[in-house]
Design a protein around this ligand. Structure first.
Ligand SMILES: C[S@@+](CC[C@H](N)C(=O)[O-])C[C@H]1O[C@@H](n2cnc3c(N)ncnc32)[C@H](O)[C@@H]1O
Length: 361
């Protein structure tokens, strides 16, 4: 009954008592970092304990229907694999690109097997030998079985390793003639396209080898959308200041089905990044972006989409004009909002690393 004696505070008093601004700016993030690492370590060791207990049971009694397998699959295999495999436009474009782009008898390395789809399409397109590597061991095992079920194991070798750990001689019998990959996220570089291609081009591909894709471009447009902003931000809820949650907000870009949220474009589309995958150094960098503003307003983000040049006129894209694509457009939050004035140019600074895009006024 003790709590009944506590005086109830009004919502305004609650807000007044939270002194978030006074919190040590650096102390909290580093404590959060430690808590995050500790929780991951605990979760992993619990999973490891359960997994080793399961491994001690006879293999014929192992069932994929158990909770532990469900947990492992949920944690290790992104759900977008299914949407991706049902994206007919993507699949048809990729298969056509391989049919047109792989010379008969070529050796091929497909980076990122997934289900084995592109490796099998490369074999059907006439490759004499296909190596496909997959860093996710569960997917590598699925791909191996899918390839085998199609009677293609004598042409296709599935290697359960990240491409950066492949030894060209031991794993591939020497550099390959064609490098195939589909490792892009909504913001182009988030799956590691740049470091992966940088490494593969130097170590795994023959000198005059073919790259599919051969070029990648990213475009963007300034946008204002309170609704999308609230997908990654919280302030006061029911009279309580919960803005500390924002330390856990997504940093960098994330996918958003823009057409399902109220939004206002504030500029024309403009180029953000462009890579010749065969020639450019593909290193992190920075540049100034110029957006011709079409309206007065406050831009909170860049909406971005890529074009992946697969050769022979085949281009894959997640433009907001193609809402059927399983890839959503990307939302790149501006580090600070930028004011736009119709008819004028808004300049922003873009910094890109191997995996992330950062944009500031
Ligand atoms: C977008 S999926 C594409 C799967 C398949 N190629 C397809 O098109 O259906 C990319 C896959 O590549 C894998 N992957 C990404 N980078 C990799 C790398 N450097 N080495 C090996 N696998 C990689 C991911 O685990 C994921 O399964």
């Amino acid at each position: 009954m003790q709590h009944a004696q506590k005086a109830r505070r009004t919502p305004a008093e609650h807000e007044a008592r939270t002194d978030l601004a006074a919190m040590p700016a650096n102390g909290l993030p580093s404590r959060l970092g430690a808590v995050l690492l500790e929780s991951i370590a605990q979760e992993m060791s619990a999973l490891a304990e359960q997994a080793s207990a399961l491994l001690r049971t006879p293999s014929e009694s192992l069932s994929l229907e158990t909770d532990i397998f469900a947990q492992i699959v949920r944690r290790n295999v992104p759900r977008w694999h299914f949407a991706m495999l049902n994206d007919t436009d993507r699949n048809e474009a990729l298969v056509a690109a391989l049919e047109r782009g792989i010379p008969a008898g070529a050796t091929v390395l497909d980076i990122g097997s997934g289900s084995g789809l592109l490796a099998m399409a490369a074999a059907r397109a006439g490759a004499s030998r296909v190596f496909t590597c997959e860093m996710n061991p569960l997917l590598a095992e699925v791909a191996r079985n899918v390839v085998d079920a199609h009677g293609l194991s004598d042409v296709i070798t599935v290697i359960g390793k990240p491409s950066t750990e492949l030894d060209p001689q031991r794993d591939l019998g020497g550099p390959v003639d064609v490098l195939v990959s589909e490792i892009v996220d909504c913001g182009l570089i988030g799956e590691g396209l740049l470091p992966t291609v940088r490494h593969a081009r130097e170590h795994l591909l023959a000198l005059d080898g073919i790259m599919l894709p051969s070029a990648a471009r990213l475009y963007g447009r300034l946008v204002n959308s309170e609704a999308v902003l609230r997908l990654n931000q919280a302030t006061t809820v029911g009279g309580f200041d919960v803005s500390l949650m924002n330390t856990l907000a997504t940093r960098g870009h994330f996918p958003v089905r823009l057409d399902t949220w109220p939004h206002r474009f504030l500029s024309e589309a403009a180029p953000v990044l462009e890579f010749d995958l065969a020639r450019d150094d593909l290193e992190p960098g920075e540049r100034t972006l110029e957006f011709p503003a079409t309206a007065d307003g406050e831009a909170q983000a860049l909406v971005v989409w890529f074009e992946l040049d697969m050769g022979n006129g085949i281009v894959l894209s997640n433009t907001p004009d193609a809402p059927r694509s399983h890839w959503m457009p990307g939302w790149v939050p501006l580090e600070k909002p930028a004011l736009t004035k119709a008819g004028e140019t808004t300049s922003l600074r873009l910094r890109w690393s191997d995996f992330t895009l950062r944009v500031s006024p």
